[in-house]
Design a protein around this ligand. Structure first.
Ligand SMILES: C[S@@+](CC[C@H](N)C(=O)[O-])C[C@H]1O[C@@H](n2cnc3c(N)ncnc32)[C@H](O)[C@@H]1O
Length: 246
């Protein structure tokens, strides 16, 4: 009997791509998800949390392809939660029982308000939402040492440097590390080796900020939005460096 692939079970509608509802319920292609997990070197013994798990694709790939023993998704949108649950229930029990989706706010899990779920158990965490500063403090306070925090190019934290990256993904580990300078952060986020400016031999910060604006534009932001987002990173980074040096 030919069985339909369980991975080919979604159809995103135009409205699912919108930003007004927290972005698409699945952010990445499966190949990209594998690249993200390769970056984290995720394994069977890991405990993976997807904070805002949408339709649960990251959890499904973690459990089915990497054998991850515990995959926990937090999702506040009840429609998305139900779809994710339905998708997971189609898998054999041995796999489905390793995935749990919880219809609650991320803040609830970070503040220990969900019985039986402890974010301190996490060894790999994915963050694909606004890079709000207060989440960084929560990560630092609650995640265990060496826990791997995964995020991606549209959700960067200017206050920390990634330990490693595989575009569009970045990984930091606990304890989180602050950048030493603007260039330090920029070069870890935009690993460009040489200047493209004629008659110049030095790569400047300005060039790397411009490259980020360009890439954001290519990834779907208007030029205006791209400039705004990158401007935010720039002022947050400068503010963090100022505080650190005072
Ligand atoms: C952009 S989607 C990403 C889905 C998934 N992580 C992925 O990588 O494919 C983000 C999801 O987070 C959910 N979300 C946003 N804020 C949340 C919150 N405070 N608590 C729980 N879920 C939240 C949204 O409903 C949305 O489905």
């Amino acid at each position: 009997m030919v069985r339909k692939s369980l991975i080919n079970d979604v159809a995103l509608r135009a409205k699912d791509h919108g930003y007004e509802d927290w972005g698409p319920p699945i952010l990445f292609t499966n190949r990209e998800i594998r690249r993200m997990f390769a970056l984290a070197d995720i394994r069977e013994h890991d405990i993976f949390f997807d904070l805002g798990c949408g339709w649960g694709q990251n959890l499904i790939i973690a459990a089915t392809e990497y054998g991850v023993r515990k995959c926990i998704g937090i999702e506040i949108d009840l429609g998305r939660y139900r779809t994710a649950k339905r998708r997971i229930e189609r898998w054999p029990e041995e796999i489905a029982q390793r995935i749990r989706i919880i219809p609650r706010y991320i803040g609830d899990v970070m503040d220990d308000k969900i019985d039986g779920v402890d974010i301190r158990d996490a060894t790999v965490v994915f963050w694909g939402l606004d890079p709000v500063k207060k989440m960084l403090n929560k990560f630092e306070a609650k995640l265990q040492k060496r826990c791997k925090l995964l995020y991606y190019f549209k959700c960067l934290f200017p206050e920390i440097i990634p330990k490693d990256s595989s575009f569009p993904f970045y990984m930091s580990t606990i304890p989180l590390r602050a950048p030493n300078s603007e260039m330090d952060w920029l070069q870890r986020v935009v690993p460009k080796a040489k200047t493209s400016l004629p008659n110049s031999s030095v790569l400047t910060e300005r060039e790397l900020w411009d490259e980020m604006i360009h890439d954001y534009n290519i990834l779907g932001f208007t030029k205006f939005q791209a400039e705004h987002e990158i401007g935010e990173y720039k002022s947050r980074l400068r503010e963090a460096l100022r505080k650190r040096n005072n």
